[in-house]
Design a protein around this ligand. Structure first.
Ligand SMILES: [Zn+2]
Length: 243
C-alpha cells in the first residue's frame, strides 16, 4: 500500500475538520480523516467556488483551460482518467506544477456501480499508481465516473474508504457534454453557483472547445461577482479555518 505523504496528511487533517463541520459531526475534529465521505458542496467557505474538470487530460482543451486559469490567476481541480494520464503525462505534470488539484476518475471511465469489488478496486488503484509515478503525488480525491456510487464505494467500509479517498461529487452541473454552446455553459453555471459550490465541467470525453470558451467567460464574471475560484482541497481548508 502506498502511504500519503506528510504534506497530504496535514492537508487531510484540515479536510477532516471541514467534513466534520459540513456534516454536523460536532466541534472536535475526528481522530482520523473520514475516508469514503461524500462531498457535494462545502458550507462555511464564504464566496469561494471550485471549478472541476473531468475526463481529461485531452488536448488541446486541457492546455487551453490551463492557459486561461493562469491568465486569470485562479485554481481548479482536474479529475483524471488513467488512460488519458498515460497519453498526456506532460499535461498532468503541468496541472500540478501550476498549483491545481488532481483527483482520480478511474482508469477507463466505466461505471463502477455495476462491476465487482475487485474490478472497481483495480480501476482506482491502477490510476493512483500511474498518477503517483507521473507527478510524485498519490491523489486522495476520487470522483466516480457518471457520479455512480453503487453500493460498494461510499461509507466507512466502502471501497473509497479502503483506498483512502474522499468521494467528490458536485452541486452544479450544466450538461456541458450535451451542448456545444459556450453561452449555455457559462450562463447556466453562473445562474446556479452559490458560495461553496462545486461545479462539474469536462475537459475530456469529446470536443470541448465550448467548455474552454465558457471557462474564460464565467471565470471573469464570477471574479467580478466577488467569488474566489479555488481547488476542492482549498475549499475544504477555507471552511475548516473559519469554523
Ligand atoms: Zn467523467
Amino acid at each position: 500500500m502506498i502511504q500519503p505523504t506528510r504534506a497530504q496528511m496535514a492537508q487531510l487533517a484540515l479536510l477532516a475538520a471541514a467534513l466534520a463541520s459540513a456534516t454536523g459531526a460536532g466541534a472536535a475534529p475526528p481522530r482520523r480523516p473520514e475516508w469514503g465521505a461524500i462531498v457535494r458542496r462545502v458550507s462555511g467557505a464564504g464566496r469561494a467556488v471550485a471549478l472541476t474538470f473531468d475526463d481529461g487530460p485531452r488536448e488541446p482543451y486541457t492546455s487551453q483551460i490551463l492557459d486561461i486559469l493562469a491568465d486569470q490567476g485562479i485554481k481548479a481541480t482536474f479529475f483524471l482518467v488513467g488512460e488519458n494520464v498515460r497519453r498526456y503525462p506532460e499535461v498532468v505534470r503541468r496541472i500540478v506544477r501550476e498549483g491545481h488539484a488532481i483527483g482520480n476518475h478511474s482508469w477507463s471511465h466505466r461505471s463502477l456501480a455495476s462491476v465487482s469489488w475487485e474490478v472497481a478496486r483495480r480501476e482506482i488503484e491502477r490510476t493512483d499508481v500511474l498518477i503517483r509515478a507521473v507527478t510524485g503525488r498519490r491523489p486522495f480525491l476520487f470522483r466516480p465516473p457518471y457520479g455512480a456510487l453503487g453500493s460498494q464505494l461510499a461509507g466507512p467500509d466502502g471501497l473509497a474508504a479502503r483506498e483512502r479517498h474522499l468521494l467528490v461529487l458536485w452541486s452544479v452541473e450544466v450538461a456541458d457534454w450535451s451542448t456545444r454552446s459556450p453561452l449555455r455553459v457559462a450562463a447556466g453555471t453562473i445562474r446556479r453557483v452559490s458560495p461553496g459550490s462545486i461545479v462539474l465541467l469536462h475537459d475530456g470525453g469529446g470536443p470541448r472547445g465550448h467548455v474552454v470558451t465558457a471557462t474564460r467567460w464565467m471565470a471573469g464574471h464570477l471574479a467580478r461577482e466577488g467569488y474566489r475560484l479555488v481547488t476542492v482541497p482549498e475549499l475544504l481548508g477555507i471552511a475548516s479555518a473559519r469554523r
